[in-house]
Design a protein around this ligand. Structure first.
Ligand SMILES: [Zn+2]
Length: 420
């Protein structure tokens, strides 16, 4: 911890007393509606939300969100990234670019101790991104038929949710865990602060409207593109935890890249299921089309046969599903205030606390933007990722989780554990 202390001293802004959300500004208040939620069966349902496909902006950003943004402290040396062409991010003028400890871009290959990255041993954390879409109901039927609806986290796109609200509700009604995958699926590090507010906030609003007021607790950045600025907005304004992955199926490339087929991606999963179990697998999979769904449905029987524990994100780490509810049923918590510091300065400096099973540095040597071979994850990438401080969230959650108190309390306690 000496190194971490030195780093704190070297970063006076980050070393200042951790900011907290104003006590009178519960996150639930950010998603209040004067007249209740819109009716998903109404033909005008989508008109209550920003247009699909673009980052919400301008008058679509509620003043309360802007006020909350002003109340938090953003990292001083993490400018908005430049998006080069379709798929490349850069930070002109920033020494080390995305690998700067001030930035810690997962696209560049850096992740923080507060990111959900590795999974608990022997656990396959089941996630499906980009829904709801045309193939979603096929997937939901399969999950239900195998009694594993509640073992999956669906990172949904806000624009897709308001385009297919009853499909989103089906996932929820069956017991699926619903989380945020932004409104329009852009590289979030290239968006302005206000656009990030819109991307996260409106997706949360749509989910809350369709789930009886449940405030999402987790988000996954499209393309894994997140940095400290965006992390800070997600956590500081909206209380969202950032969920990444330590294994990428590349299932979304089926149909667009001849190197990837249903069979090749099935082969990738076969390799994982027969491979190391420590850390476990936090996978990137999609419900984007029939091909990606086919892969999972064909492979799932092997999960059970090989005794992998299949789990949603929060259940894998012993956390609540939503910021104001334990799960899809039961009461909402009456009040909720988002608190806790965003310790992004620990991105590449902190060792794990004594409760950790590893004291490895937290910065990964590879990330979402790394190229992967036909096997899905190159051996070098796999080694770098899985050799990292393992089971970040497992060790943190197991040491601090208090049933019924909630994910935020657990997360805040975990952060304090890091600090001390
Ligand atoms: Zn996505």
């Amino acid at each position: 911890m000496i190194a971490a202390t030195a780093a704190l001293v070297a970063l006076p802004l980050a070393a200042a007393a951790p900011w907290m959300q104003p006590a009178d500004s519960p996150v639930a208040a950010l998603f209040k509606r004067q007249n209740g939620p819109p009716n998903p069966a109404s033909p005008d349902f989508a008109t209550h939300y920003p247009p699909q496909g673009n980052p919400p902006n301008g008058t679509w950003i509620p003043q309360a969100w802007l006020d909350k943004l002003k109340s938090i402290q953003l990292p001083p040396n993490n400018p908005v990234a430049t998006l080069n062409g379709c798929c490349s991010i850069s930070y002109p003028g920033v020494n080390q670019g995305g690998m700067s400890p001030d930035v810690c871009s997962f696209t560049a290959g850096c992740h923080t101790p507060t990111d959900f990255f590795n999974a608990p041993n022997n656990t396959f954390v089941l996630t499906f991104d980009d829904g709801p879409g045309d193939a979603s109901q096929t997937l939901y039927g399969f999950l239900q038929g195998n009694n594993i609806s509640s073992h999956a986290t669906h990172f949904m796109i806000g624009g897709n949710i308001v385009g297919s609200p009853t499909v989103a509700q089906q996932a929820f009604a069956q017991g699926g865990h619903i989380a945020v995958h932004t409104w329009s699926h852009h590289y979030t590090t290239s968006l302005s602060n206000e656009q990030v507010l819109g991307e996260l906030g409106w997706t949360m609003q749509a989910i809350a409207d369709l789930t009886g007021g449940r405030i999402p607790a987790y988000w996954r950045p499209p393309y894994g593109d997140v940095d400290n600025r965006v992390r800070t907005i997600a956590k500081g304004v909206f209380g969202l935890e950032t969920v990444l992955w330590n294994r990428d199926t590349n299932d979304w490339k089926i149909g667009s890249d001849s190197a990837y087929t249903v069979d090749s991606v099935k082969g990738v999963l076969d390799g994982w299921l027969n491979g190391p179990r420590s850390p476990g697998i936090l996978a990137l999979e999609h419900e984007i089309n029939n091909a990606t769904v086919q892969v999972f449905m064909a492979e799932y029987p092997k999960f059970a046969a090989q005794n992998w524990a299949v789990s949603s994100v929060p259940d894998a780490y012993g956390l609540d599903w939503y910021q104001n509810a334990i799960g899809n049923t039961g009461d909402l918590f009456a009040t909720l205030s988002v608190g806790g510091q965003v310790n992004t300065n620990l991105a590449v400096t902190a060792a794990r606390p004594a409760t950790s099973t590893s004291a490895a540095p937290s910065a990964s040597g590879s990330g979402a933007g790394s190229s992967a071979g036909a096997s899905g994850v190159s051996s070098a990438e796999s080694s770098a990722k899985t050799g990292n401080a393992q089971n970040n969230k497992q060790s943190a959650a197991s040491s601090v989780f208090v049933p019924g108190v909630g994910a935020l309390v657990a997360a805040a306690a975990a952060l304090l554990a890091f600090a001390f």
